[in-house]
Design a protein around this ligand. Structure first.
Ligand code: NAD
Ligand code: MG
Length: 393
């Protein structure tokens, strides 16, 4: 068996930790090349002790110096680097076979794109990177021969439900619709009025999944489903009207593909991200993920309902951004990142998140997303406009 070398970007996060759990179960298949984190130096030290990467990356030189000292004391040979350039280096390094893109938000775009351009197997959890750069990202995958495997559970499910070759438009493969399931988040069924009073801790208390705080808030506003709708359009060459959001509170069906002969193929499993992660790592093979077998008798029933877009306008905002095209999804993403950060810091109400995103959208011109510079500039301008709005409140 050939040993694959893996870089885990965002190793200390929820996806990063689950990835290391799966990798640790298969030492005969995988070696960790690099582990990266933003500021969490202590968790990264513990991961270095356990997984012995060749390289570790932190954002600040001060944290890197601390980690260097600790590793030297422990007698470990891991090289420690700092800064964004180092993230790109460990993503594109010659000895790396696969890169787990699990940084949260726009910060993950450049290293993820670097992995794509280096033709790696790219395990994409960092949906914001694809939402921002859509066509450019997918073109780079084709041009550089990268193998892109979706890790977002819904997209991983759809990938499993589609034919192996599924590019060129859904219709060519007899697929009529992608059914993107959503748990509905912690506030399913709540009125707009009640939503106005929710706290960050309530928003981060997801009924089925345990995740980082940013994606937890996105799940509560349904912006996560909006970003996933855009993600699905790019990954599977789908039009927004070919992606139907289905609220399914049990989170057992992770998504489905509907075919022209009436068949609907679904992927089921316990809500545990180690399943899509193991799938992405081993594809086209299957490996143990440490996930408990699905007990259908315990699940007992599966419910479905439409999403409430009046109470949760983020879903509509995302669909509109995808339809507007160009830099509109990058603007949506940037405004949302600023809004979520402000909400988590107690500076913005929950229902003001979609208000802020809509304001920034209205103030931002849409340009064709011709190159990376244009996209990054749209991101910066949208953040500026969001901060200006926050300052006026
Ligand atoms: P998290 O907040 O738990 O972890 C984020 C990781 O990225 C950490 O290692 C952190 O140190 C690092 N990081 C944060 N900001 C950074 C920056 N500016 N520069 C460099 N590194 C930075 O997040 P998560 O829940 O693991 O989510 C990661 C990504 O995966 C997100 O894009 C999210 O949407 C996606 N995703 C997560 C889940 C889930 O179950 N958690 C499911 C599907 C998709
Ligand atoms: Mg998801």
């Amino acid at each position: 068996m050939t040993l694959r070398r893996v870089t885990v970007l965002g190793a200390t996060g929820s996806i990063g930790t689950s990835t290391l759990d799966v990798l640790g179960r298969h030492p005969e298949r995988y070696r960790v090349h690099a582990l990266t984190a933003h500021r969490s130096r202590e968790p990264l030290l513990a991961q270095c002790r356990r997984h012995r990467p060749a390289v570790a990356v932190l954002d600040a030189e001060e944290d890197a110096a601390w980690l260097r000292g600790q590793l030297a004391e422990a007698g470990l040979a891991t090289e420690v680097r700092a800064g964004r350039e180092a993230l790109v280096e460990v993503a594109e390094a010659r000895e790396v076979d696969a890169v787990m893109a699990a940084i949260v938000g726009a910060a993950g775009l450049l290293p993820t794109l670097a992995a794509v351009k280096a033709g790696k197997r790219v395990l994409l959890a960092n949906k914001e990177a694809l939402v921002m750069s859509g066509a450019l990202f997918m073109d780079a995958v084709t041009r550089h021969g990268a193998t892109l495997l979706p890790i977002d559970s819904e997209h991983n499910a759809i990938y499993q439900c589609l034919p192996v070759e599924h590019r060129g438009g859904l219709g060519r493969h007899g697929v009529t619709q992608l059914l993107l399931t959503a748990s509905g988040g912690p506030f399913r069924g709540w009125s707009r009025d009640a939503l106005g009073r929710v706290t960050p801790d309530q928003a981060c208390d997801h009924p089925n999944w345990s995740m980082g705080r940013k994606i937890s808030v996105d799940s509560a506003t349904l912006m996560n489903k909006g970003l996933e709708l855009i993600e699905a359009c790019w990954l599977f060459d789908a039009r927004p009207d070919q992606v139907q959001v289905v609220v399914h509170p049990q989170s057992v069906i992770h998504s489905m593909a509907a075919y022209s002969d009436g068949s609907v193929i679904a992927q089921l499993g316990n809500p545990d991200m180690r399943t899509p992660i193991a799938y992405g790592l081993a594809w086209p093979e299957r490996i143990d993920a440490g996930v408990e077998a699905l007990d259908l008798f315990r699940v007992a029933r599966l419910d479905f309902e439409p999403a409430d877009e009046a109470a949760f306008p983020c879903l509509r905002l995302a669909r509109e951004a995808m339809a507007a095209g160009g830099t509109a999804p990058a603007v949506l993403n940037a405004a949302n990142e600023v809004a979520v950060e402000a909400f988590l810091a107690g500076r913005l109400g929950f229902t003001e998140i979609d208000e802020l995103v809509a304001r920034v959208r209205d103030e931002s011109p849409v340009a064709p997303a011709a190159d990376l510079e244009t996209i990054l500039e749209a991101d910066v301008l949208a953040r500026r406009s969001a901060h200006a709005w926050l300052a006026r409140q």
